[in-house]
Design a protein around this ligand. Sequence first.
Ligand SMILES: Nc1ncnc2c1ncn2[C@@H]1O[C@H](COP(=O)(O)OP(=O)(O)OP(=O)(O)O)[C@@H](O)[C@H]1O
Ligand SMILES: [Mg+2]
Length: 242
Amino acid sequence: MKQGAKQGGTGRGIFITGEGVEGSGKTTQLARLATSLRTLGYEVLETREPGGTPLAEQIRTVLLNRTVGTSATQTAPVLPWCEAHLVLAARTQHVAQVIRPALRRGAIVICDRFVDSTLAYQGYGRGLSVPVLRRLNTQATEGLAPDLTLLFDVSVRIGLARRRKGRLEETRIDRENRHFHEKVRRGFLALAARVPRRLKVIDARQPPHAVSDVVAGFVEQLLRKKRKPSSSKAKKSALMTP
Ligand SMILES: Nc1ncnc2c1ncn2[C@@H]1O[C@H](COP(=O)(O)OP(=O)(O)OP(=O)(O)O)[C@@H](O)[C@H]1O
Ligand SMILES: [Mg+2]
């Protein structure tokens, strides 16, 4: 496909997303990747979902149920389609106001969670129709799809243990039972099996530097395919993780 040839394409930029169950190491690895790419002279935009714009961050707060509402409303269940529509509403803003403009500038956009989380959590996890979610996502993003998705795969047990050890704040989603998180993990793996060229499964049980090496390999492959590096420094250097 020619770059930017169709409306849904990523244009001159490169769009990389990170996915995986809670505590799989997404945020750690994506930050390392961003640092390495900046060192090589690329413009990198780091962002996350749900979130990435002021309104979308407000929706994130509602979704993760940290500070909004009284104690009574905090414990009231959020219905699955309500959750899905909130995620997609946040994505609509995020894609139009942040991601697309950065891609048009030619930046590398690195997004912590994107469409595959919607399909894995709201589809496989909550049991909503995956084809309907896909259609709604296409509408929300006007067909924008990542060039590369890194799926950090660990067992639910390891992921949740890492989060506890790292004393990361517990969210409404963390409090879901183990069975829910297992369905999400299986969902991610099923999605990866369907589009292996875009969605790369990475064994995230390994120590951080080993995971980073695997990430670097996939990203180098993509950069070679998509375009030449933007600076002379980049031409000489391989993508080394910090
Ligand atoms: N490869 C690794 N081995 C051991 N611990 C790790 C590894 N990668 C990250 N960690 C630690 O695990 C915890 C969770 O990592 P991180 O926040 O990157 O995961 P995440 O996938 O972004 O989690 P969340 O889904 O909650 O956003 C952190 O304390 C981090 O330091
Ligand atoms: Mg994270």
